[in-house]
Design a protein around this ligand. Structure first.
Ligand code: UDX
Ligand code: UDX
Length: 462
């Protein structure tokens, strides 16, 4: 029976997941720890509006469980020492140096966690990988833990997270499935059952799958790769639609009604973003390459190449439509986040489209309901394409869509925020230079309505 859980990493995954585990298992004490003191302070803030992560429904759960059996702390070693089960939920970004640069996952934080666990543990523990990791990472963790020499036994489980931003609480409380990978030895099975017990306090037993560790690790990468592949597939067809006069929305609908294909993740766009899709596919490509499976690697890499192509194609179309030059022209961006209802901008298509247009000397004015100026500058500077000074003179943040659009030559929609639909588009049109171009990277607006107002409207795939 698990009595005490510790989770290392109070981020987007660790925070919500542990909140729900604590809410549903009042007999278990759950402590979430993080190196980042200000993040922990935010989790402990009396004003629930200050929680470091915004997810609908999260504040209510934190309110119910916090300081009852859910705790947030920076005392990592104490929490590890007290726990019978430890979740590793730290970030695993793409490596920015050395072998596998730009492709492999950087496991340095995971390894540091394993070493810390090895150092302070004096009783047997179950260690659960929650972070998305390359296949066979559990083996590396086990290696480090088993080398402590102090007689403590560790079982390693893989329990990947499938939550999506904006719907995290629903994904956690009502998951399609929970996946738990572990060793098929008697002690391994005991560890798996301990984690199954925790989830079964709110998830029905048929939805909890148990597998070996490698299948579980690979399933997580594969699930994201399949989802991303659907978006790239539909995006590839959007170009074909534009060339032939077919309409991508009609094609999506028609194929999505085939129950074998299903309607989800068939929405064409300016390209997928987010912290997971690209990173996980790159991981899959890297692992395949390092195992000599070049055809497998090439197959999955194509999903990323198509996504890059879609973003570039969108930028190129803007330049071409504006009479082949955007130099010194004002272009308004509506949206910077990687999807609606989040302030997360990691790998957002907007960043890459902006980068291409700045290369062409455009001046971009961005309005996003949830993203601030600092974030926008830091995203574009992260690409290191040009000096920070040049970036800040070419890319500006605006307080409203109307100020962004005023005197602009074109508007580009990069994120599908609902509120964009109901703006006063007549007013926006009047304030722009003519002809007024509108590039709808999310097919959010109605072409007929926009053309009636006077816009020269471009959607995707139609
Ligand atoms: C991350 C990964 O992006 C995802 O692939 C994985 O499945 C789970 O972890 P997320 O929760 O969004 O997802 O990351 P982030 O919000 O960056 O949170 C990670 C936290 O770990 C940060 O608060 C960071 O301060 C903390 N951390 C990191 C530690 O406490 N110790 C470390 O050694 C490293
Ligand atoms: C994803 C997975 O869905 C989740 O299971 C996993 O745990 C983490 O990665 P997330 O990154 O939060 O979640 O966002 P998701 O809703 O999957 O969207 C990813 C990107 O694809 C967004 O940029 C979105 O705009 C784009 N997308 C999605 C499309 O362009 N078209 C679609 O039909 C669906």
């Amino acid at each position: 029976m698990i009595k005490n859980i510790c989770c290392i990493g109070a981020g987007y995954v660790g925070g919500p997941t542990m909140s729900v585990i604590a809410q549903k298992n009042t007999g278990i004490r759950v402590t979430v720890v993080d190196l980042n003191e200000s993040r922990i302070n935010d989790w402990n803030d009396n004003d629930l509006d200050n929680l470091p992560i915004y997810e609908p429904g999260l504040a209510e759960v934190v309110k119910e469980a916090r300081n009852r059996n859910l705790f947030f702390s920076t005392d990592i070693e104490q929490a590890i020492a007290d726990a019978d089960m430890i979740f590793i939920s730290v970030n695993t970004p793409t490596k920015q140096y050395g072998a596998g640069k730009g492709m492999a996952a950087d496991l340095k934080y995971v390894e540091l966690c394993a070493r810390q666990i090895a150092k302070v543990s004096t009783s047997n523990k179950i260690v659960v990988e929650k972070s998305t990791l390359p296949v066979k990472t559990a083996e590396a963790i086990k290696n480090i833990l088993d080398s402590t020499g102090n007689g403590v036994e560790f079982q390693i489980l893989s329990n990947p997270e499938f939550l999506a931003e904006g719907t995290a609480m629903k994904d956690l409380t009502d998951p399609d499935r929970v996946l738990i990978g572990g060793d098929h030895t008697p002690k391994g099975k005991e560890a798996i059952n301990a984690l199954v017990d925790i989830y079964s306090s709110w998830v029905s037993r048929e939805k909890i799958l148990t597998t070996n560790v490698w299948s579980s690790e690979l399933s997580k990468l594969t699930a994201n790769a399949f989802l991303a592949q659907r978006v790239s597939s539909i995006n590839s067809l959007s170009e074909l639609c534009e060339a032939t006069g077919a309409n991508i929305s009609e094609v999506s609908k028609a194929i999505g009604m085939d129950s074998r294909i299903g309607p989800k993740f068939l929405q064409t766009s300016v390209g997928f973003g987010g912290s997971c899709f690209q990173k996980d596919i790159l991981n899959l490509v890297y692992i395949s390459k390092s195992l000599g499976l070049n055809e497998v690697a090439d197959y999955w890499e194509q999903v990323i190449l198509m996504n890059n192509h879609q973003r570039n194609r969108f930028a190129r179309n803007i330049v071409k439509s504006l009479h082949n030059t955007v130099s010194d022209k004002k272009i308004a961006f509506l949206g910077w986040a990687f999807k609606k209802d989040t302030n997360d901008t990691r790998e957002s298509a907007a960043i890459y489209v902006a980068d291409k247009l700045i290369d062409e000397q455009a001046i971009i004015h961005v309005f996003d309901p949830k993203v601030n100026e600092n974030q926008i500058q830091s995203d574009i500077n992260y690409l290191a394409t040009r000096s920070e000074k040049l970036n800040s003179s070419s890319l500006k943040s605006e307080p409203s869509p109307y100020s962004a659009a005023k005197d602009s030559h074109a508007i580009a929609i990069l994120t599908e925020w609902d509120e964009f639909i109901n703006y006063d588009w007549e007013k926006i049109y009047k304030s722009m230079k003519k002809p007024a171009f509108l590039f709808d990277g999310r097919n959010l607006l109605e072409r007929q309505k926009m053309e009636k107002i006077g816009f020269t409207y471009f959607g995707i795939g139609k």
